[in-house]
Design a protein around this ligand. Structure first.
Ligand code: SF4
Ligand code: SF4
Length: 223
């Protein structure tokens, strides 16, 4: 099958198993940064980015800190994405290609806060959104209210292109951040202040993981 036909087939299957967003990234220019073996990096030139929307009512529970309801949802969405990526990877392997699902949420370098790769970067290259002022991937339909997983593959696939959009004149999330980590320019995002706040939320026992949700709730897309 042609790269276009493969793309359509995989995209259709991803919808059937409940995924909301699908895109393909050409990773040749970025894979050197992946924290994976050179054997894996050499093998794959495409990454499939898959997204699942959050349920907005869960976010309604968040006022000024993450809640157990959000924590549970966050974990369930990650479980869903990991399972969907496994099913889709098997589907690709049945077509005779190789496919490697990358965990939706697994930090492997705590000091530098790094995962095997950046799902946000892959999603951006796959045309699913842009890097917003809140340092999250922003999708035109749902803003920051979705999560991502990635599959690396050698299946011939046409690749998407990044969106030529940004947050434009929207500044909605700047005022909601309790530590003012979100600035006018995404490049100025204060990673340190944000992470200190996540640690504080965890220390206070609101949730058992470094999550927040406040700027996710605020961002349902540019306003
Ligand atoms: S995750 Fe929370 S602390 Fe971090 S930028 Fe968003 S609102 Fe601020
Ligand atoms: S709320 Fe507005 S400014 Fe903030 S990330 Fe979303 S689109 Fe960008």
């Amino acid at each position: 099958m042609s790269p276009e036909e493969n793309y359509k087939k995989i995209e259709n299957f991803s919808r059937e198993i409940g995924l909301d967003f699908f895109g393909v990234a050409d990773i040749q220019a970025v894979k050197a940064d992946f924290i994976l073996s050179s054997e894996i990096k050499e093998k794959f030139n495409r990454a499939i980015s898959l997204g699942k929307k959050l349920i907005p009512s869960v976010l309604d529970d968040i006022i000024d800190h993450p809640t157990p309801l959000y924590f549970h949802h966050y974990r369930q969405i990650n479980f869903f994405l990991d399972r969907a990526a496994l099913i889709l990877a098997d589907y690709i392997r049945d077509l005779g290609a190789q496919a490697l699902p990358i965990p939706a949420s697994q930090v492997i370098d705590w000091e530098r806060q790094k995962a095997h790769l950046s799902h946000k970067k892959i999603g951006e290259l796959a045309g699913l959104g842009w890097l917003g002022r809140n340092n999250l991937l922003i999708n035109p339909e749902v803003g920051a209210q979705f999560r991502l997983v990635t599959i690396l593959t050698d299946l011939p696939l046409k690749s998407d292109v990044p969106l030529s959009r940004d947050c434009a004149s929207c500044y909605l999330c700047l005022s909601v951040c309790p530590v003012r980590a979100i600035k006018e320019s995404q490049a100025e995002f204060d990673h340190w202040a944000c992470f200190e706040q996540l640690k504080e939320f965890r220390r206070k026992g609101y949730v058992g993981q470094y999550i927040c949700g406040i700027c996710v709730k605020a961002c349902s897309g540019p306003k």
